[in-house]
Design a protein around this ligand. Structure first.
Ligand code: CTP
Length: 405
C-alpha cells in the first residue's frame, strides 16, 4: 500500500510471529517490517525447517525481540513455550506448512512453535503456503476444515505460480493482507456484526469518448474509513469511483465511473446496510454527451467551447428517502466558505445523522491530502471540531464517535 491505511493506534501491541519451513518464509521478514511500522512489538519463533529458509539473525536485525530458535536453545529462558501466550495479543503463523496444520489440529506439541501455539490463549492466525497438490491433498483439506472448527483464524493461500513452477492455489497472501488480519485481531471489535457501506473517490462524467468532468478526489478519506471499520470488525462494502488508490482486497469493492452508476450501486446496497458513509466526491453536473467517439477539434466552434450540462442525482438524498430508523447515514461536506451553515443545511436536506465538514481551500485539508481538518455536526446537536489529523486518525475517531449519535 503506498498510502498507509493503518492508523497509529497499534503502538505497543504485542504480536508473535511463527515461521515454518516453506520457501515463502522470506516473506515473513516483510510482514515483520510492516507490523513494526504499524507500531507493534513483534517476537518470532522459527521452526528448525523455517530456519533453512530465513535465519533468526535476519529477524533480529530487523527488530524482532525476542527471536526463539528452539525449545532447548541454551540462550532461552526456562519457559519459552509459555511466554508468547502470556505477552502477545495475537499469534500468526506465516507461512504455515501442511505439517504445522496437521500438528495444531491434532494438539501435537513436539517443538517450540507447536507448544507455544497450544499454550496461546488468544487468537491464532494460520496463513498456509505450500505446493497446490499438497494443499489439495485430502488430509490437508480435512485439517484445514478442522482448523476452522477449532477457531483458528484461517487465511486461504492464493492462486499463482509456485517456486517449483507449478501453478495453483498455494501462495502466501500479500503482506498487506496478513498484516491487516493481525491488526484486526489487535483492534476493538466494537463494529462486529455491522454492515457498513463506504463510497469513495470522484465520479467521472463523460462528454465524449475521452473527455470528462470530474474533481481531484483521491479516495484516501473513504479508504481510511473503510479500513478502520474493517479492522474494528465490520462487514465492509466499498463503492469506488475511479481512483488510483489500491485497497488490500479485504472487502468487496464495486467499481463505478459516473454518478448514475454510483447511484445504482448505492441504491442496490443501501437497504441491507446498518451504516452508510458517503465520502465520494460526486461530480455535481454531467455534460450532455455529444457522441460516443472522440470529438474532433476541427468540428468545434473556433470561438470557444460551451458544454451543456445537466445536474446528476443527489445519491445521498435519494438513499436518505428510504432510510430506516435504525440506519445511520454519514455524509461529508466539502466547503470553501460558510462551512457551518452549509454543513447544517446538508445534514437536514440529506436526512443524515452526522456530517463531517472540511475546508477544501486550506493547506493540509481536503482533496488528495493525507491529512484533513474536520468539524462534525450530529443530528442530535452534538458538534466537535478536530485539529488537522492524518486521514487514518480521523477515520478511527469517526468510529469512536458513533456511540454519540
Ligand atoms: N453527494 C451525493 N450526491 C451528489 C452530491 C453529493 O451523494 N450528487 C454527497 C457527498 O458524497 C457528500 C454530501 O453529499 O457526502 C455532500 O456533498 P457536497 O459536495 O459537499 O455537497 P453538494 O450536495 O454537492 O452541494 P454543493 O456542491 O452545492 O456544496
Amino acid at each position: 500500500m503506498s498510502f498507509s491505511l493503518i492508523p497509529s493506534t497499534f503502538c505497543g501491541a504485542q504480536v508473535h510471529l511463527g515461521v515454518t519451513g516453506s520457501i515463502a518464509a522470506y516473506k515473513a521478514l516483510d510482514l515483520l517490517r510492516t507490523l513494526l511500522k504499524a507500531g507493534c512489538q513483534v517476537s518470532v519463533t522459527l521452526t528448525s525447517a523455517g530456519q533453512r529458509f530465513a535465519t533468526p539473525d535476519s529477524f533480529r536485525a530487523l527488530g524482532a525481540d525476542p527471536v526463539y530458535a528452539g525449545m532447548f536453545d541454551p540462550a532461552a529462558t526456562a519457559f519459552p513455550h509459555l511466554e508468547p501466550g502470556q505477552r502477545a495479543k495475537c499469534l500468526i503463523i506465516a507461512p504455515a506448512t501442511a505439517n504445522i496444520l496437521a500438528k495444531l489440529t491434532h494438539g501435537l506439541a513436539d517443538d517450540l512453535l507447536s507448544c507455544q501455539a497450544l499454550a496461546f490463549p488468544g487468537p491464532i492466525i494460520l496463513a498456509p503456503a505450500m505446493n497446490p497438490v499438497m494443499w489439495a491433498a485430502p488430509a490437508t483439506r480435512r485439517n484445514w476444515a478442522q482448523a476452522k472448527e477449532l477457531g483458528f483464524v484461517c487465511i486461504e493461500p492464493v492462486l499463482g505460480e509456485m517456486a517449483c513452477g507449478d501453478t495453483g492455489q498455494g501462495r502466501l497472501p500479500s503482506t498487506d493482507i496478513l498484516a491487516a488480519q493481525v491488526l484486526r485481531q489487535c483492534s476493538p471489535q466494537d463494529l462486529a456484526g455491522k454492515k457498513i457501506l463506504v463510497t469513495l473517490g470522484p465520479t467521472q462524467e463523460y462528454w465524449d469518448r475521452v473527455r470528462y468532468l470530474s474533481n481531484p478526489s483521491s479516495g484516501k478519506m473513504g479508504a481510511a474509513i473503510a479500513m478502520a471499520a474493517w479492522l474494528r470488525g465490520a462487514e465492509v462494502t466499498v463503492v469506488r469511483g475511479p481512483v488510483a488508490l489500491e485497497l488490500p482486497g479485504l472487502f468487496p469493492e464495486h467499481n463505478v465511473t459516473s454518478a448514475q452508476e454510483m447511484l445504482a450501486a448505492c441504491l442496490d446496497l443501501a437497504p441491507s446496510q446498518d451504516i452508510v458513509c458517503m465520502t465520494a466526491a460526486v461530480a455535481d453536473f454531467a455534460p450532455v454527451p455529444v457522441d460516443s467517439v472522440k470529438v474532433k477539434k476541427s468540428t468545434l466552434p473556433k470561438s470557444g467551447l460551451s458544454i451543456p450540462c445537466k445536474p446528476v442525482p443527489d445519491i445521498l438524498a435519494q438513499m436518505g428517502k428510504n432510510k430506516r430508523p435504525q440506519q445511520v447515514f454519514i455524509g461529508f461536506a466539502a466547503e470553501s466558505t460558510t462551512l457551518h451553515e452549509e454543513a447544517q443545511r446538508k445534514l437536514q436536506a440529506k436526512n443524515l445523522d452526522l456530517i463531517l465538514a472540511n475546508r477544501i481551500d486550506q493547506e493540509g485539508s481536503g482533496f488528495a491530502s493525507d491529512t484533513n481538518e474536520v468539524v462534525l455536526y450530529a443530528k442530535n446537536g452534538r458538534q466537535e471540531t478536530w485539529p488537522c489529523l492524518p486521514k487514518t486518525e480521523i477515520a478511527w475517531r469517526l468510529w469512536d464517535f458513533l456511540p454519540c449519535l
